[in-house]
Ligand binder design. Sequence first.
Ligand code: AMP
Ligand code: MG
Length: 356
Amino acid sequence: MKNKMKPYTKSILILLLIIVSCLIFTRALSEGQESSAHREIFAMDTYMTLTAYGEKCEAALDEAEAFINRMDTTLSAQNEKSEIFKLNKEGVAFVSEDTLNIIKKACEISQETDGALDITIYPVVKEWGFFDDKLHVPSDEELSKLLLSVDYHNIEIADKAADGGLYKISLKNKAAVDPGAIAKGYTSEKVMDILKKYELTGAIVSLGGNIQCCGRRPDGSDFVCGITDPKRPDSRDSLLGTIKVSDKAIVTSGTYERFLIDDESGEKYHHIINPQTGLPAENEILSVTIVSKDGTVADALSTACFVMGREKAISFYQNSPYDFDMVIMTMDEQVYITNGLSDAFSSQYDYEIIEK
Ligand code: AMP
Ligand code: MG
Protein backbone atom coordinates (compact mmCIF):
# COMPACT_ATOMS: atom_id res chain seq x y z
CA MET A 1 0.00 0.00 0.00
CA LYS A 2 1.34 3.39 -0.95
CA ASN A 3 1.81 5.75 2.01
CA LYS A 4 0.56 9.11 0.71
CA MET A 5 1.77 12.22 2.54
CA LYS A 6 -0.89 14.72 3.56
CA PRO A 7 -0.36 18.13 1.81
CA TYR A 8 0.25 20.03 5.10
CA THR A 9 2.85 17.45 6.26
CA LYS A 10 4.64 17.97 2.95
CA SER A 11 4.63 21.78 3.46
CA ILE A 12 6.03 21.43 6.97
CA LEU A 13 8.81 19.16 5.69
CA ILE A 14 9.72 21.62 2.93
CA LEU A 15 9.75 24.48 5.47
CA LEU A 16 12.01 22.47 7.78
CA LEU A 17 14.37 21.74 4.89
CA ILE A 18 14.58 25.43 4.05
CA ILE A 19 15.30 26.35 7.70
CA VAL A 20 18.03 23.71 8.02
CA SER A 21 19.63 24.82 4.73
CA CYS A 22 19.58 28.44 5.91
CA LEU A 23 21.22 27.46 9.21
CA ILE A 24 23.96 25.49 7.44
CA PHE A 25 24.55 28.37 5.02
CA THR A 26 24.75 30.98 7.79
CA ARG A 27 27.16 28.79 9.78
CA ALA A 28 29.33 28.28 6.72
CA LEU A 29 29.37 32.03 6.20
CA SER A 30 30.36 32.80 9.77
CA GLU A 31 33.04 30.12 9.80
CA GLY A 32 34.60 30.59 6.40
CA GLN A 33 33.98 33.96 4.84
CA GLU A 34 33.12 36.56 7.42
CA SER A 35 31.98 39.86 5.93
CA SER A 36 34.75 42.38 5.81
CA ALA A 37 35.17 45.93 4.58
CA HIS A 38 38.30 47.92 3.83
CA ARG A 39 38.79 51.62 3.04
CA GLU A 40 41.80 53.70 2.10
CA ILE A 41 41.34 57.41 2.54
CA PHE A 42 43.40 60.59 2.69
CA ALA A 43 42.51 62.89 5.57
CA MET A 44 44.28 64.94 8.26
CA ASP A 45 47.17 65.31 5.84
CA THR A 46 47.93 61.59 5.81
CA TYR A 47 46.94 58.22 4.35
CA MET A 48 44.59 56.11 6.42
CA THR A 49 43.30 52.55 6.20
CA LEU A 50 40.23 51.18 7.94
CA THR A 51 39.34 47.48 8.10
CA ALA A 52 36.30 45.97 9.81
CA TYR A 53 35.00 42.42 10.18
CA GLY A 54 31.37 41.62 10.87
CA GLU A 55 27.94 41.79 9.31
CA LYS A 56 27.54 45.55 9.61
CA CYS A 57 31.09 46.37 8.54
CA GLU A 58 30.18 48.67 5.63
CA ALA A 59 27.79 50.78 7.71
CA ALA A 60 30.40 50.91 10.49
CA LEU A 61 33.08 52.20 8.14
CA ASP A 62 30.67 54.73 6.58
CA GLU A 63 30.14 56.31 9.99
CA ALA A 64 33.85 56.10 10.87
CA GLU A 65 34.86 57.77 7.60
CA ALA A 66 32.32 60.57 8.06
CA PHE A 67 33.68 61.16 11.57
CA ILE A 68 37.29 61.30 10.35
CA ASN A 69 36.36 63.85 7.69
CA ARG A 70 34.56 65.93 10.32
CA MET A 71 37.61 65.82 12.60
CA ASP A 72 39.80 66.83 9.64
CA THR A 73 37.84 70.03 9.06
CA THR A 74 37.41 70.72 12.78
CA LEU A 75 41.03 70.31 13.86
CA SER A 76 43.15 71.41 10.91
CA ALA A 77 45.31 74.39 11.89
CA GLN A 78 45.50 75.31 8.17
CA ASN A 79 41.84 75.05 7.14
CA GLU A 80 40.17 78.47 7.46
CA LYS A 81 36.89 76.82 8.35
CA SER A 82 38.26 74.82 11.27
CA GLU A 83 37.69 75.56 14.93
CA ILE A 84 41.45 75.52 15.54
CA PHE A 85 42.07 78.05 12.75
CA LYS A 86 39.47 80.39 14.24
CA LEU A 87 40.91 79.94 17.72
CA ASN A 88 44.42 80.77 16.52
CA LYS A 89 43.27 83.76 14.48
CA GLU A 90 40.94 85.36 17.03
CA GLY A 91 42.62 84.17 20.23
CA VAL A 92 39.24 83.00 21.41
CA ALA A 93 36.67 80.56 20.04
CA PHE A 94 33.63 78.55 21.02
CA VAL A 95 34.49 74.97 20.15
CA SER A 96 32.84 71.56 19.97
CA GLU A 97 33.26 68.88 22.60
CA ASP A 98 35.85 67.01 20.52
CA THR A 99 38.10 70.06 20.25
CA LEU A 100 37.61 70.74 23.95
CA ASN A 101 38.52 67.14 24.83
CA ILE A 102 41.70 67.26 22.76
CA ILE A 103 42.89 70.59 24.15
CA LYS A 104 42.06 69.58 27.72
CA LYS A 105 43.89 66.26 27.41
CA ALA A 106 46.87 67.95 25.76
CA CYS A 107 47.15 70.42 28.65
CA GLU A 108 46.90 67.62 31.22
CA ILE A 109 49.65 65.64 29.47
CA SER A 110 51.81 68.78 29.10
CA GLN A 111 51.60 69.13 32.86
CA GLU A 112 52.51 65.46 33.45
CA THR A 113 55.40 65.55 30.98
CA ASP A 114 56.91 68.85 32.21
CA GLY A 115 56.03 70.52 28.93
CA ALA A 116 57.69 67.96 26.64
CA LEU A 117 54.32 67.91 24.88
CA ASP A 118 53.07 71.43 24.28
CA ILE A 119 50.47 72.14 21.61
CA THR A 120 51.23 75.88 21.75
CA ILE A 121 54.27 74.93 19.66
CA TYR A 122 52.29 76.08 16.57
CA PRO A 123 54.27 79.27 15.71
CA VAL A 124 57.58 77.38 15.85
CA VAL A 125 56.34 74.47 13.70
CA LYS A 126 54.98 77.00 11.20
CA GLU A 127 58.21 79.00 11.11
CA TRP A 128 60.26 75.90 10.34
CA GLY A 129 57.98 75.39 7.32
CA PHE A 130 56.35 72.10 8.33
CA PHE A 131 52.87 73.28 7.34
CA ASP A 132 53.79 74.21 3.78
CA ASP A 133 56.74 71.85 3.34
CA LYS A 134 59.19 74.69 2.73
CA LEU A 135 62.20 74.68 5.02
CA HIS A 136 63.13 77.90 6.77
CA VAL A 137 65.78 77.52 9.46
CA PRO A 138 64.89 80.20 12.02
CA SER A 139 67.63 82.35 13.54
CA ASP A 140 68.23 82.29 17.31
CA GLU A 141 66.51 85.69 17.60
CA GLU A 142 63.50 84.51 15.63
CA LEU A 143 63.22 81.41 17.79
CA SER A 144 63.53 83.31 21.10
CA LYS A 145 60.77 85.66 19.97
CA LEU A 146 58.48 82.81 18.91
CA LEU A 147 59.14 80.87 22.10
CA LEU A 148 57.69 83.74 24.17
CA SER A 149 54.20 82.50 23.34
CA VAL A 150 54.96 78.77 23.61
CA ASP A 151 53.52 77.69 26.94
CA TYR A 152 50.44 75.56 27.50
CA HIS A 153 49.56 77.76 30.49
CA ASN A 154 48.50 80.32 27.86
CA ILE A 155 45.45 78.16 27.13
CA GLU A 156 42.34 78.97 29.16
CA ILE A 157 39.46 76.52 29.08
CA ALA A 158 35.93 77.26 30.25
CA ASP A 159 34.56 74.68 32.68
CA LYS A 160 31.03 74.72 31.38
CA ALA A 161 29.42 74.83 27.96
CA ALA A 162 28.05 78.20 26.88
CA ASP A 163 24.62 78.58 25.30
CA GLY A 164 24.47 76.35 22.25
CA GLY A 165 26.59 73.65 23.88
CA LEU A 166 29.96 74.99 22.73
CA TYR A 167 32.97 75.59 24.99
CA LYS A 168 34.97 78.79 25.23
CA ILE A 169 38.72 78.51 24.80
CA SER A 170 40.98 81.57 25.02
CA LEU A 171 44.66 82.00 24.23
CA LYS A 172 46.88 84.48 26.07
CA ASN A 173 50.16 86.07 24.94
CA LYS A 174 49.50 85.55 21.22
CA ALA A 175 49.66 81.80 21.67
CA ALA A 176 48.41 79.49 18.90
CA VAL A 177 47.79 75.75 18.99
CA ASP A 178 48.83 72.83 16.78
CA PRO A 179 46.95 69.67 17.80
CA GLY A 180 49.04 67.54 15.37
CA ALA A 181 50.73 65.51 18.10
CA ILE A 182 47.47 64.25 19.59
CA ALA A 183 44.65 64.71 17.04
CA LYS A 184 45.06 61.43 15.15
CA GLY A 185 45.24 59.41 18.36
CA TYR A 186 42.07 61.05 19.65
CA THR A 187 40.36 60.42 16.30
CA SER A 188 41.36 56.75 16.18
CA GLU A 189 40.05 56.27 19.71
CA LYS A 190 36.70 57.83 18.80
CA VAL A 191 36.59 55.78 15.60
CA MET A 192 36.90 52.64 17.73
CA ASP A 193 33.97 53.80 19.87
CA ILE A 194 31.94 54.23 16.68
CA LEU A 195 32.93 50.82 15.29
CA LYS A 196 32.11 49.06 18.55
CA LYS A 197 28.45 50.11 18.17
CA TYR A 198 28.18 47.86 15.10
CA GLU A 199 28.85 44.55 16.88
CA LEU A 200 31.91 43.84 14.77
CA THR A 201 34.06 40.83 15.53
CA GLY A 202 37.16 42.91 14.91
CA ALA A 203 38.49 46.12 13.41
CA ILE A 204 41.82 47.82 12.85
CA VAL A 205 42.52 51.35 11.70
CA SER A 206 45.76 53.07 10.81
CA LEU A 207 45.56 56.84 10.70
CA GLY A 208 48.95 57.68 9.24
CA GLY A 209 50.66 55.10 11.40
CA ASN A 210 48.47 55.69 14.45
CA ILE A 211 47.11 52.18 14.78
CA GLN A 212 44.18 51.15 16.92
CA CYS A 213 42.31 47.85 16.94
CA CYS A 214 39.45 46.12 18.67
CA GLY A 215 38.33 42.49 18.80
CA ARG A 216 40.17 39.92 16.75
CA ARG A 217 41.00 38.82 13.24
CA PRO A 218 38.49 36.56 11.45
CA ASP A 219 40.46 33.44 12.44
CA GLY A 220 40.19 34.46 16.11
CA SER A 221 43.83 35.46 16.50
CA ASP A 222 45.19 38.78 17.79
CA PHE A 223 46.18 41.52 15.39
CA VAL A 224 49.89 41.71 14.64
CA CYS A 225 51.27 45.21 14.05
CA GLY A 226 54.64 45.88 12.50
CA ILE A 227 56.76 48.75 13.79
CA THR A 228 58.73 50.57 11.10
CA ASP A 229 62.48 50.21 11.41
CA PRO A 230 63.61 53.85 11.72
CA LYS A 231 66.99 52.86 10.26
CA ARG A 232 65.28 51.47 7.16
CA PRO A 233 61.86 53.18 7.03
CA ASP A 234 61.28 52.36 3.35
CA SER A 235 61.97 48.66 3.67
CA ARG A 236 59.00 46.35 3.93
CA ASP A 237 61.23 43.41 4.82
CA SER A 238 63.04 44.98 7.72
CA LEU A 239 60.89 45.90 10.70
CA LEU A 240 61.95 47.10 14.13
CA GLY A 241 59.61 44.42 15.39
CA THR A 242 56.04 43.22 15.63
CA ILE A 243 53.54 43.46 18.48
CA LYS A 244 50.57 41.13 18.99
CA VAL A 245 47.63 43.09 20.33
CA SER A 246 43.90 43.28 20.80
CA ASP A 247 41.94 46.35 21.93
CA LYS A 248 44.96 48.64 21.98
CA ALA A 249 46.44 51.65 20.23
CA ILE A 250 49.99 51.52 18.88
CA VAL A 251 51.46 54.89 18.00
CA THR A 252 54.97 55.69 16.82
CA SER A 253 56.81 59.01 16.65
CA GLY A 254 60.00 58.98 14.64
CA THR A 255 62.44 61.27 12.88
CA TYR A 256 61.79 59.47 9.58
CA GLU A 257 58.06 60.31 9.54
CA ARG A 258 58.30 63.94 8.53
CA PHE A 259 61.40 66.01 7.83
CA LEU A 260 62.68 68.81 5.63
CA ILE A 261 66.08 68.84 3.95
CA ASP A 262 68.28 71.89 3.34
CA ASP A 263 69.10 71.70 -0.39
CA GLU A 264 72.49 73.35 0.06
CA SER A 265 73.88 71.70 3.17
CA GLY A 266 71.91 68.45 2.89
CA GLU A 267 71.02 68.86 6.59
CA LYS A 268 67.82 67.08 7.70
CA TYR A 269 65.38 68.72 10.14
CA HIS A 270 62.64 66.53 11.63
CA HIS A 271 59.22 67.64 12.88
CA ILE A 272 59.29 66.84 16.60
CA ILE A 273 60.24 70.05 18.32
CA ASN A 274 61.68 70.54 21.78
CA PRO A 275 59.44 73.29 23.23
CA GLN A 276 62.36 74.51 25.39
CA THR A 277 64.62 75.31 22.45
CA GLY A 278 62.33 75.50 19.41
CA LEU A 279 64.71 73.11 17.63
CA PRO A 280 64.00 69.58 16.39
CA ALA A 281 64.42 67.40 19.51
CA GLU A 282 67.97 66.17 19.48
CA ASN A 283 68.76 63.13 21.57
CA GLU A 284 69.68 59.48 21.05
CA ILE A 285 66.13 58.39 20.14
CA LEU A 286 65.19 57.43 16.58
CA SER A 287 61.65 56.30 17.32
CA VAL A 288 59.30 55.75 20.23
CA THR A 289 56.26 53.48 20.04
CA ILE A 290 53.59 53.69 22.70
CA VAL A 291 51.06 50.89 23.29
CA SER A 292 48.02 51.77 25.36
CA LYS A 293 44.30 51.16 25.57
CA ASP A 294 43.90 54.94 25.32
CA GLY A 295 44.64 56.16 21.77
CA THR A 296 44.82 59.82 22.77
CA VAL A 297 47.36 59.13 25.51
CA ALA A 298 49.36 56.88 23.17
CA ASP A 299 49.68 59.62 20.55
CA ALA A 300 50.49 62.40 23.01
CA LEU A 301 53.06 60.28 24.85
CA SER A 302 54.82 59.11 21.69
CA THR A 303 55.64 62.74 20.92
CA ALA A 304 56.42 63.65 24.54
CA CYS A 305 58.68 60.64 25.18
CA PHE A 306 60.54 61.37 21.97
CA VAL A 307 61.27 64.91 23.21
CA MET A 308 62.34 63.59 26.65
CA GLY A 309 65.07 61.28 25.36
CA ARG A 310 65.73 57.71 26.46
CA GLU A 311 66.55 58.13 30.15
CA LYS A 312 63.75 60.55 30.97
CA ALA A 313 61.24 58.56 28.92
CA ILE A 314 62.11 55.39 30.84
CA SER A 315 61.86 57.14 34.18
CA PHE A 316 58.53 58.67 33.06
CA TYR A 317 57.28 55.14 32.24
CA GLN A 318 58.29 53.97 35.70
CA ASN A 319 56.57 56.84 37.50
CA SER A 320 53.77 57.87 35.15
CA PRO A 321 50.08 58.04 36.07
CA TYR A 322 49.28 56.63 32.60
CA ASP A 323 48.97 52.96 31.79
CA PHE A 324 51.16 52.31 28.74
CA ASP A 325 54.01 50.30 27.30
CA MET A 326 56.81 51.52 25.11
CA VAL A 327 59.39 50.48 22.51
CA ILE A 328 62.38 52.76 21.97
CA MET A 329 65.05 52.49 19.32
CA THR A 330 68.15 54.64 19.67
CA MET A 331 70.69 55.82 17.08
CA ASP A 332 73.12 53.06 18.04
CA GLU A 333 70.39 50.47 17.21
CA GLN A 334 69.69 49.62 20.85
CA VAL A 335 66.08 48.54 21.38
CA TYR A 336 64.30 48.88 24.72
CA ILE A 337 60.85 47.49 25.47
CA THR A 338 58.84 47.79 28.65
CA ASN A 339 57.88 44.77 30.68
CA GLY A 340 54.23 44.63 29.60
CA LEU A 341 55.27 43.82 26.04
CA SER A 342 57.61 40.94 26.79
CA ASP A 343 55.15 38.28 25.55
CA ALA A 344 53.71 40.33 22.69
CA PHE A 345 56.89 41.72 21.08
CA SER A 346 59.23 39.98 18.68
CA SER A 347 62.17 41.41 16.78
CA GLN A 348 65.23 40.62 14.73
CA TYR A 349 67.10 43.02 17.06
CA ASP A 350 68.33 42.17 20.53
CA TYR A 351 66.39 44.14 23.08
CA GLU A 352 66.50 45.09 26.71
CA ILE A 353 63.40 44.77 28.88
CA ILE A 354 62.65 47.73 31.14
CA GLU A 355 60.95 46.84 34.44
CA LYS A 356 58.43 49.14 36.06
P1 AMP B 1 53.69 63.04 16.28
O1 AMP B 1 53.90 62.61 14.87
O2 AMP B 1 52.45 62.50 16.91
O3 AMP B 1 54.88 62.83 17.15
O4 AMP B 1 53.40 64.60 16.27
C1 AMP B 1 54.32 65.49 15.69
C2 AMP B 1 53.58 66.73 15.26
O5 AMP B 1 53.11 67.44 16.40
C3 AMP B 1 54.48 67.66 14.50
O6 AMP B 1 54.36 67.48 13.11
C4 AMP B 1 54.01 69.03 14.95
O7 AMP B 1 52.90 69.42 14.17
C5 AMP B 1 53.56 68.80 16.37
N1 AMP B 1 54.61 68.90 17.39
C6 AMP B 1 55.96 68.88 17.22
N2 AMP B 1 56.60 68.94 18.39
C7 AMP B 1 55.65 68.99 19.34
C8 AMP B 1 55.67 69.06 20.77
N3 AMP B 1 56.81 69.05 21.45
N4 AMP B 1 54.48 69.12 21.42
C9 AMP B 1 53.32 69.13 20.76
N5 AMP B 1 53.24 69.06 19.42
C10 AMP B 1 54.37 68.98 18.72
MG1 MG C 1 51.95 61.97 18.84
